[in-house]
Ligand binder design. Structure first.
Ligand SMILES: Nc1ncnc2c1ncn2[C@@H]1O[C@H](COP(=O)(O)OP(=O)(O)OP(=O)(O)O)[C@@H](O)[C@H]1O
Ligand SMILES: [Mg+2]
Length: 455
């Protein structure tokens, strides 16, 4: 446990955004209660103060903001999410949808004006906000030191987090499936870190990266003299994973001839080194990953069915980014914060147009593509915030701007069909059933959007 009370003494600096002088001035009473208050008269001024000061709490008269200032304000609150924002508003302003949304999405609390007798209430709210900001800072701190942090708030990711925990405690192989760049390796590490084997090693082996003749000796090790050049005994990756987890990445690429050796290990828990006769017992949790459809590979005779069944006891699917649009912004901000040091100067975040473009993009390269685009943008960005052009997404934004309602409907329809096809492994009958349309209708739509499925 961190001692948060110690952190409280670092200085209670508070940014007070009061866009109109007609608004009740609370700066005096707040500073009398132990806060150092800096008053900003508009958003630009607030940004300037934020550049050179460290605030944990921000207090804002939100109903003093003009409608045209709201997008900039939103940008400010969202990119400064290390600050706990508290809103002040008159009761009638809280009837406006736009302000309510602004408060709900960006603020930890709000206070109704006029304040009159409620000053002590406000002071205690600011104290709580300060505590929340400290907690948040400590949790962010942990993220920045952990490269294997998984980020996501979409229902699909929440479900995945629950499944990871559930699967981690069970002593059986896990198969992680999903498109490239969706985070399969991260999932494998997350399983390991939550498993009883977490104190042991995590050995990652890319089954597609080594030539066939090497992979066997790398996986199983060899005895001295097993082949020319085997001058001494070598322990293979499977043995190296003793007491921990063995991550077999791209298992679909494992040559057919070698699959039987792996099957033996999964069935019996023992291996033989190349050139050896001794059976060596190895206790290692097996986690495999693949971006290919293994069931299909089995059908085509490229993957052993018995091995597939052995590996596929517990399955975790890593959903593509386009199927969890809610995570796009969260991930973009996460990588922005992670890599913003690369920029060499202060960049404040994304413009609203960038967020729109990212939301409209299809992300064929998934999270890996997101990382590349954000890192590139941090280097290319000439302004204070990242624009679509920095992300290489200017065309996406243009597309988004000229879409008619009909086109938007079509895009949504196409996206839904694509996603359903993936979920139903391209099977037309199942996809049609899930989407609640007839097969005939689905065929017409597949034709319309130039999509292919298995009949
Ligand atoms: N939910 C997430 N939160 C944070 N980072 C993520 C998330 N998902 C993926 N990443 C990051 O994206 C990159 C790609 O993830 P990973 O290597 O696990 O994907 P993969 O599915 O194994 O991809 P490939 O098929 O290309 O090997 C990594 O740098 C990983 O840390
Ligand atoms: Mg991978």
């Amino acid at each position: 446990m961190k001692d948060l009370t110690g952190a409280v003494d670092e200085g209670r600096a508070l940014l007070y955004l009061r866009p109109s002088v007609q608004q009740e001035d609370l700066g005096g009473v707040i500073s009398e209660n132990g806060w150092q208050v800096d008053v900003a008269c508009d958003i630009n001024h607030a940004n300037q103060l934020l550049e050179s000061n460290c605030y944990r709490v921000g207090l804002v008269h939100v109903d003093g903001l003009r409608p045209q200032q709201i997008p900039d304000a939103e940008q400010l609150f969202a990119t400064r999410d290390n600050i706990a924002w508290v809103a002040l508003a008159h009761a009638e302003a809280l009837q406006q949808g736009q302000l309510c949304r602004l408060i709900h999405e960006n603020f930890v609390d709000y206070f109704t004006l006029p304040i009159h007798s409620g000053v002590q209430g406000l002071i205690s709210t600011l104290g709580h906000a300060y505590g929340m900001a400290c907690l948040r800072q400590h949790s962010h701190h942990d993220i920045s030191y952990n490269d294997y942090e998984m980020v996501g708030t979409s229902p699909a990711m929440r479900k995945l987090f629950v499944s990871i925990r559930r699967v981690a405690g069970v002593d059986a192989p896990v198969l992680v499936t999903g498109e490239s760049g969706t985070g399969k390796e991260l999932i494998a590490r997350a399983v390991h870190e939550r498993s009883p084997q977490r104190k042991g090693p995590f050995i990652a082996v890319n089954c597609g990266a080594l030539p066939d003749n090497l992979i066997n000796s790398e996986l199983f090790g060899y005895e001295k003299g097993a082949f020319t050049g085997a001058n001494q005994r070598k322990i293979g990756w499977i043995e190296a994973a003793e007491g921990g987890s063995l991550f077999l990445d791209e298992i679909g690429d494992l040559p057919l001839g070698l699959q039987v050796n792996l099957l033996r290990f999964l069935q019996e828990g023992t291996i033989q080194r190349v050139g050896g006769t001794e059976s060596i017992r190895v206790n290692a949790r097996v986690i495999a990953a693949t971006h290919v459809n293994l069931a299909q590979a089995v059908e085509h005779g490229r993957f052993r069915q018995d091995l597939f069944y052995r590996l596929n006891v517990l399955n975790l699917n890593s959903p593509p980014l386009r199927e969890r649009v809610q995570d796009i912004e969260v991930l973009a901000r996460f990588f922005f914060n992670k890599f913003k040091g690369d920029a060499g100067r202060t960049i404040r975040g994304f413009t609203r147009r960038s967020l729109v473009a990212m939301n409209n993009h299809q992300w064929p390269g998934n999270v890996r593509e997101m990382i590349n685009r954000v890192r590139r943008a941090l280097v290319m960005c000439e302004g204070r915030r990242i624009n679509p052009v920095d992300l290489g997404l200017e065309h996406v934004e243009d597309e988004a701007l000229v879409l008619t309602l009909e086109q938007i409907r079509e895009r949504a329809e196409e996206r839904a069909i694509r996603a359903a096809l993936v979920r139903n492994t391209n099977n037309v009958s199942q996809t049609a059933r899930e989407l609640g349309v007839s097969r005939v209708t689905l065929y017409r739509l597949l034709n319309k959007y130039d999509l292919v499925a298995d009949s």
